[in-house]
Design a protein around this ligand. Sequence first.
Ligand code: ADP
Length: 248
Amino acid sequence: DLAHGRILYLEDVNRSFDGFKAINGLSLDIAPGELRCIIGPNGAGKTTMMDIITGKTRPDAGQVFFGSTINLLRHSEAEIAQLGIGRKFQKPTVFEPLSVFENLELALQGSRSVPSALWHKLSGAQRTRLAEVLELIRLQDEWQRPAGLLSHGQKQWLEIGMLLVQDPKLLLLDEPVAGMTDQETERTAELFLSLKGRHSLMVVEHDMSFIARIAETVTVLCDGAVLAQGTLDQVQADERVIEVYLGR
Ligand code: ADP
């Protein structure tokens, strides 16, 4: 039972593209409820790693387990989302003509079409969760607003909310604070800190002050493998980490 006590477990994962090893012996695990930050230079393999976890890309070799029993390599991308792994890409993809509330309703139904009178089809538990998420993402005063009229930061939060209504066990977030104002970044830090515990989070970011605000453990990827791991202070003091950031 290799994955005992872990929500996510990667062992010796490899993936090449045309002979180039984008992921090269990557091993990593995430504890339940943990908020893990992933950093690394461009081309380190961060996106490919998330593609492998979510089933978008298949590794050539290695193991990927979710919890102690679920072998993710046996599941499709759609099944992996159903199992409770949510992914947020950098660019928000909310439905702009629909209201904040309608966006969350659709996400709750796992639907991509727009049925009418959706509210009546929701269970009591689903309605409660929707209200809870609106508050978490601080859009309760904007619930009727068309998503297209929200600020950049608010759109990002709405998209996170669209994942949260499904109550994922693990959330993968790609550069969540890119393009945000300082105030939006701070609010995002507060949101993530309030999510950990209930959810496990894996956050890929370049914004070091944001990482300093939220991180317990930071994993540094380089050349498709883990170069260093520890607190932000520890990895920032690591000679090998300094070299890859300054030396290339
Ligand atoms: P990061 O997200 O850390 O910048 P990526 O995972 O995007 O790194 O890329 C790692 C390496 O793999 C890069 O050198 C990239 O060019 C290469 N790569 C990623 N996806 C593909 C692909 N589909 N085809 C060819 N090369 C790829």
